[in-house]
Design a protein around this ligand. Structure first.
Ligand code: C5P
Length: 217
């Protein structure tokens, strides 16, 4: 149990629905929300914008140290291209160290903080009060990402999205530092069949239970 407010950790692969779930829960409980993927995306975008290499660890670390969590603009960071670059900078331990420190500070916020990412329950907040691991099968996730991109008015090929996601899953799951794996004490939510409302109600119930337990201590 953490000593600050309630801490909720939500992990899962790209397009699993974890971001929507985290946002909806934060809004329901009045908790602070940090999409930690945006922090990796911000590092990647800064390097891309500067025409700098994505594999220079010292440079990427320096960039990571300058990231301002209060200034993460989803509208410019959300692109598929930046996500792909983010998963490259995310394999570097020095980048992760810098960002994890900022993420841990965020997690102290009261009355509660919800962080979503890949390593929240395992590395960033191993003592989180509640942990979820949100998954969906690869076909469902690719279809979701495809509809999101087409919905924003951009033409894209479904096969290409499937390949991109498979590549990103492999990079995130097989890296040596903080790979994507469920924490042993995470509640699994498979959104392949479950709609977002059902996942929300299940997660909300678990958080309410954790809050009642914390109050009783
Ligand atoms: O979640 P999102 O797709 O925005 O994340 C972009 C990339 O950032 C991921 O593919 C992953 O490589 C990296 N990431 C990470 N650890 C986190 C959050 C994101 O390594 N906690």
């Amino acid at each position: 149990m953490s000593s600050g407010g309630i801490v909720v950790a939500i992990d899962g692969p790209a397009a699993s629905g974890k971001g929507t779930l985290a946002r909806n829960l934060a809004s329901h409980f009045g908790f602070h929300h940090l999409d930690t993927g945006l922090t990796y995306r911000a590092v990647a975008k800064a390097l891309l914008d500067g025409g700098l290499p994505l594999d220079d660890e010292a440079l990427a670390e320096q960039t990571a140290c300058s990231i301002d969590l209060s200034n993460l603009d989803r509208s410019v960071l959300a692109t598929h291209h930046v996500g792909e670059a983010a998963s490259k900078v995310a394999v570097m331990p020095a980048v992760r160290r810098a960002l994890v420190e900022a993420q841990r500070n965020f997690a102290q916020r009261r009355p509660g903080a919800i962080l979503d990412g890949r390593d929240i329950g395992t590395v960033v907040c191993p003592d989180a009060d509640v942990k979820f691991f949100v998954t969906a099968n690869a076909a469902v996730r690719a279809r979701r990402r495809y509809e999101e991109i087409v919905g924003s008015g951009t033409a894209v090929d479904l096969g290409e999205i499937e390949e991109d996601l498979a590549r990103r899953d492999a990079r995130d799951s097989l890296r040596a530092d903080s790979p994507l794996i469920p924490a042993t004490d995470a509640h699994l939510l498979d959104t392949s069949e479950m709609d977002i409302e059902t996942a929300f109600l299940e997660a909300k119930r678990r958080i309410e239970t954790a809050m009642a337990e914390k109050d009783g201590n």
